[in-house]
Design a protein around this ligand. Sequence first.
Ligand code: GLN
Length: 191
Amino acid sequence: MKNIGVLALQGAISEHVEMIRKTGNSPVTVKKPEQLNELAGLIIPGGESTAIRKLILRYGFMEPLKAFHKAGKGIFGTCAGMVLSATAIEGGEESLGFSHYTAMRNGFGRQKDSFEADLAIDALGKAPFRAVFIRAPYLLEPGKEVEVLAYVDDKIVAAREGNVLVTAFHPELTEDERLMQYFVDVCCEGI
Ligand code: GLN
């Protein structure tokens, strides 16, 4: 059993907490930087990346999050969390630089504002993974350290670099806990 946090500043928090519990791990709702010390991994949830970034700055999370990443702890960025974890955001907003790629915000455009897709993710086995996309970004220009895990058309929508996992979609909005389990097993060392 590992302590897995959800950065609880803005966005989709309770569904992640539930998913962490379902995998038999211990969820921590993270509202203060000191709480990072007790975690094996942290989820940066979907929501609005500009709002989450403002709150990261306001509540003094910027340096503690970077230290958390440097220490090799697990980080799972979903949707807005994927945007923030990038080394660069198309358009020039500030990001946290946890993994080498550029994030294209709202990359699927207006027609595909919200959609679902069955993804082939080899790391999770044969059964497709149903993914919910909500004003989703995608990844551009992955660095050579980045392992691409899934595509929609020719767009990268899931990837891992070391202990950092990112998805353009919301894995907490279905019942399928395989991706959370993968994060805990592969990216988070025990605490
Ligand atoms: N479009 C949002 C952003 O760029 C992300 C949407 C989401 O997290 N569902 O912040």
